[in-house]
Design a protein. Structure first.
Length: 288
């Protein structure tokens, strides 16, 4: 049995990770988000999965909230990784990042060796990864796409809109939305956790990238509603500000390093994943 510390343990991914660790006999330990970590705070841990950070879609991005998005990731990670580096015992670190690292890259296929892009989220992700890797060079850095789950996350916002026919193409809809099923995301995290020889960045995305318009169509089929009504890019930016602009960015990320490490996806196709998630949400809501 291992004791695994988790930051962001109460979030969608953190909750699922805790449950998976418990199911296999490990002891998950919820860690707060702090900037004053000391080695003694981690003395009983064998590993840390670092998932903490302010929600990207929690509110409109003004200067203060952008600072919170950045600092909750970069400063907290720097403190945590520094404590791990100073520890007298080896502690495995798996640390979150996001495919936002790549910026808006159009049709370019993005493996982990692709350079960082431009923009606010790209800058945050680059600093976030550096905060972990500079202190702990053996860390695994997970660049996460859209996590698809019937328990919450992006689908909690999109599914109700789709039922009203309002989750159609955003802008041109040609932008790639890298995604991954929650179950595969958790399995991938544990895969990396258990293999300390796996270091550096890993795209945690499904092997079949989809365009946003195809994501919308698949969601429409899952909820049995048409999703053809587009939202112009200008309207999205007007309604959601800078975050709306990020929804128009294209990241054709592929899981080159993860697949090369021997990981296999249980849920590689979007349509069946969305259908299962919608059914789960309906059961939870007591609907047919």
């Amino acid at each position: 049995m291992q004791r695994i510390g988790i930051t962001g343990a109460s979030g969608l991914i953190g909750t699922a990770v805790r449950q998976a660790l418990q199911a296999r006999g490990d002891e998950p330990v919820a860690l707060g988000c702090r900037r004053d970590w000391q080695p003694d705070d981690l003395a009983t841990l064998d590993a840390v999965i670092n998932l903490g950070g302010a929600s990207l879609g929690g509110r409109r991005w003004n200067a203060a909230y952008k600072r919170q998005i950045r600092d909750s990731r970069v400063l907290n990670t720097a403190s945590l990784a520094g404590a791990i580096a100073r520890s007298d015992r080896p502690i495995r670190l798996v640390s979150a990042s996001a495919v936002g690292f790549y910026g808006d890259r159009g049709e370019t296929v993005l493996g982990e060796s692709a350079a960082a892009g431009e923009g606010f989220l790209a800058d945050v992700c680059r600093a976030w990864e550096a905060a972990a890797a500079d202190a702990v060079p053996t860390a695994a850095l997970v660049r996460t796409g859209i996590v698809v789950s019937g328990r919450g996350g992006a689908l909690a916002r999109l599914a109700p809109l789709a039922r009203w026919g309002l989750a159609g193409p955003l802008g041109s809809g040609r932008q790639f939305w890298p995604w991954i099923a929650l179950a595969d995301h958790v399995r991938a995290l544990l895969h990396l956790l258990d293999r300390p020889e796996l270091t550096g960045p890993f795209n945690l995305v499904a092997p079949q990238p989809v365009r946003q318009r195809d994501f919308a169509r698949a969601l429409g089929r899952a909820v049995r509603r048409p999703t053809v009504l587009p939202t112009p890019g200008w309207a999205l930016r007007l309604a959601a500000g800078e975050f709306g602009g990020e929804l128009l960015a294209s990241q054709r990320a592929v899981p080159t390093a993860l697949a090369g490490s021997g990981f296999t996806f249980a849920h590689p196709e979007l349509g069946p994943v969305l259908a299962a998630c919608v059914r789960r949400r309906a059961r939870a809501a007591g609907k047919d």
